[in-house]
Design a binder for this molecule. Structure first.
Ligand code: HEM
Length: 128
């Protein structure tokens, strides 16, 4: 469930990120390029890869820590590009939103790192 949720949310975020890229091109206004880049990379790539990991290592996905990791990863993937967009389009008063998003992204990745080191990749013949 966690695996498929992360993969589904990742592809939805990818569609938003790609639409933002197309929109920038049509409008000939590239101010949102950093938000577009982080939607695609932190949103799509990171969530999709975490989902694939949980699909390959289902025992990791069943832990409470993995569920917290998934919530943090999704929250950060939405909040960080939102904060970047608000700073770029409105002003620096929204820097704290971007910083909060970045810290939540970091928390999600730190939890994923712990989980990956704890469970490894059991399907591989030689442990990594
Ligand atoms: C429909 C597909 C896409 C379109 C139309 C698109 C469009 C754009 C545009 C217009 C820019 C700004 C270029 C500039 O500032 O001169 C850009 C930058 C960027 N895009 Fe995309 N993009 C697409 C897909 C992707 C994907 C799939 C990724 C990553 C997984 C990605 C990552 C980036 C990055 C890292 C930048 C540089 C951001 C920066 O300079 O701040 N893009 N893209």
């Amino acid at each position: 469930m966690l695996a498929s949720n992360l993969i589904r949310i990742g592809v939805v975020i990818a569609l938003v990120g790609l639409a933002a890229g197309i929109g920038m091109g049509i409008a000939d206004d590239f101010r949102l390029a950093p938000a577009h880049a982080h939607l695609n990379l932190v949103g799509f790539v990171t969530l999709f890869l975490a989902g694939l990991y949980y699909a390959v290592v289902p025992e990791a996905a069943e832990t409470t820590l993995a569920k917290i990791q998934g919530v943090a990863a999704v929250a950060g993937a939405v909040l960080f590009p939102t904060g970047i967009s608000l700073v770029v389009m409105i002003g620096p008063q929204f820097v704290p939103v971007a910083i909060a998003g970045a810290l939540i992204v970091f928390l999600g990745m730190a939890l994923l790192a712990w989980i990956v080191f704890r469970f490894g990749v059991p399907l591989l013949k030689r442990p990594v």
